[in-house]
Write a protein that binds this ligand. Structure first.
Ligand SMILES: Nc1nc2c(ncn2[C@@H]2O[C@H](COP(=O)(O)OP(=O)(O)OP(=O)(O)O)[C@@H](O)[C@H]2O)c(=O)[nH]1
Ligand SMILES: [Mg+2]
Length: 478
């Protein structure tokens, strides 16, 4: 029942096909290797796993709900998420709590998606949560507890939460293929330090500037906060280019409301009634307990909770066109479209390579411990030299170089190869460069690589140069 459904998109992907073939060969070695091959195959055929990380209260669970299209993750003004939760597609809607001892405890899920944890938080490794969702068929989402600041960690309770947050997030990241890193202003240096300890590269880590609707001076400020946030996101993308592939501004709140069916015609009607009021008067109405004449308090609270101050102030006119119009406006303004685009464009592409790397690492591990080590080792060597998996080797070398010498020219060359979408791109030329230019540049790069191989400064660089030579050699005959 828990078997993941295959993602149709990857059925024809050569990386998957090659690994699948390798796993069949592994299974054919017999004995318990069939079970090992099956376990690794489950990783291969399940949707990419994306972990959402970030500071306490950055809006992680709100964004997770928006991406799933259902309000399943608890969100709150006070600290809400205290255990790692893995959201995946499956029926019936259910949950299992996995203890630190590996034991699984099925738990009931209430109608409002709440679950009661059968263990104390420190005894929980993570929660597996299944629900039928088209979005989760494409992407498994992992919500994590917020990382709290190092500087406020004075009393022992806070310190424990902080360490738990760090440890749990780190563990959850080990079996993730990509990460979304949320921050609402400038990330702090301890956050960046933490991210550098996660097993990701800037290629599969996407930055999200959250709470864009209240950015800067907020809804009543001189500049539209969404415009301001978009500008800030561009600057942050530059500053954080060693950490994330891009920075997307998002109002998770507006995305959650518009993607989870929370908006009703009554809410739109109520909001439309505030048309014509001066913005400050609208804010006063929401701040004032005695404004029931305009709208009853529960309605005001509901509107503010669903739309935020920005949505209330700027959605009034649109609300006159009904809930569907308001919903479409919220979707458009939330920036969730840009997030999907960024996730598809780079994160999932590199997630596939990252996953292939995880699978090869599992095979390496097996070769280390299993009696059939020689067979397994020759199988992994064969897989690593398969043309379809060449980019996985490039990624592995890039990861090692990022750790040992991120500024080395070799690191930059590996990055160029990874992001290229054409043979010309692999040697740093524009996609339409003519064949003779590609082969000339490949020869030049090959000669440089061979030169460098005479005086490398680390084992990582040695390996990287072998990979560069393997990449450039076939291109010299273009
Ligand atoms: N205005 C506004 N409020 C938001 C946005 N995203 C989240 N919030 C609010 O911020 C609070 C925290 O949101 P959560 O999604 O629970 O944040 P979190 O990062 O999951 O928090 P922890 O799990 O406790 O670390 C809630 O009250 C949300 O309604 C946003 O984009 N705009
Ligand atoms: Mg949360």
């Amino acid at each position: 029942m828990n078997a993941p459904r295959p993602v149709t998109r990857v059925d024809t992907d050569p990386v998957h096909a090659t690994l699948d073939h390798g796993l069949h060969q592994l299974a054919a070695l017999g004995g318990d290797l069939a079970a090992h091959a099956n376990a690794i195959g489950t990783i291969l055929w399940s949707p990419p796993r994306v972990v959402v990380v970030g500071r306490l209260k950055a809006g992680k669970s709100t964004l997770v709900n928006a991406l799933i299209g259902a309000p399943v993750a608890e969100t709150a003004a006070l600290e809400a998420t205290n255990v790692v939760t893995v959201y995946q597609d499956g029926s019936p809607s259910r949950a299992e709590v996995v203890g630190v001892d590996g034991g699984r405890h099925p738990v009931a899920v209430h109608r409002d998606h709440a679950i009661r944890l059968p263990l104390e938080t420190p005894d929980i490794q993570f929660v597996d949560r299944w629900l039928p969702s088209a979005a989760l068929r494409q992407l498994t989402l992992i919500d994590t507890p917020g990382l709290s600041t190092l500087t406020v960690a004075n009393d022992s309770a806070t310190r424990r939460v902080m360490i738990d947050g760090f440890e749990q997030t780190r563990t959850a990241s080990i079996d993730a293929d990509a990460a979304v890193f949320l921050f609402d202003a400038a990330p702090r240096s301890d956050e960046i330090d933490f991210l550098s300890q996660l097993p990701f590269t800037p290629l599969n880590m996407l930055g999200v500037l959250s709470r864009a609707d209240s950015f800067g001076e907020g809804a009543l400020g001189r500049v539209d906060p969404l415009t301001h946030a978009a500008r800030h996101a561009t600057r942050m993308a530059d500053q954080l280019s060693d950490t994330v592939s891009a920075v997307v501004p998002i109002s998770g709140l507006m995305a959650q409301t518009s993607h989870t069916g929370m908006l009703t015609e009554q809410m739109a009607d109520a909001l439309a009634r505030l048309q014509g009021m001066a913005p400050l008067d609208v804010v006063r109405t929401f701040d004032n307990d005695d404004a029931d004449g305009v709208l009853p308090l529960p309605v005001r609270e509901n509107l503010l909770g669903l739309l935020g101050e920005y949505g209330v102030l700027n959605g009034r006119q649109i609300a006159a066109g009904g809930a569907a119009a308001l919903n479409a406006w919220l979707t458009e303004r939330s920036g969730v479209g840009g997030l999907h685009q960024a996730l598809n464009a780079s994160t999932t592409r590199f997630a596939i390579l990252h996953r292939a790397h995880r699978i090869l690492a599992r095979l390496d591990q097996l070769a280390f411990t299993h009696p059939a080590r020689d067979h397994i080792r020759s199988l992994t060597m064969q897989l690593r030299s398969a043309p379809a998996l060449h980019l996985v080797s490039v990624l592995e070398d890039y990861q090692r170089m990022l750790r040992t010498d991120p500024q080395a020219p070799v690191t930059e060359e590996l990055h160029t190869i990874l992001v290229a979408t054409s043979p010309a791109g692999r040697v740093g030329l524009p996609d339409r460069a003519p064949a003779h230019a590609i082969s000339a540049e490949a020869r030049r790069r090959l000669a440089t690589a061979q030169q460098r191989s005479l005086a490398t400064s680390s084992a990582a660089e040695d390996a990287a140069i072998v990979t560069l030579i393997r990449t450039y050699t076939p291109l010299t005959h273009t």
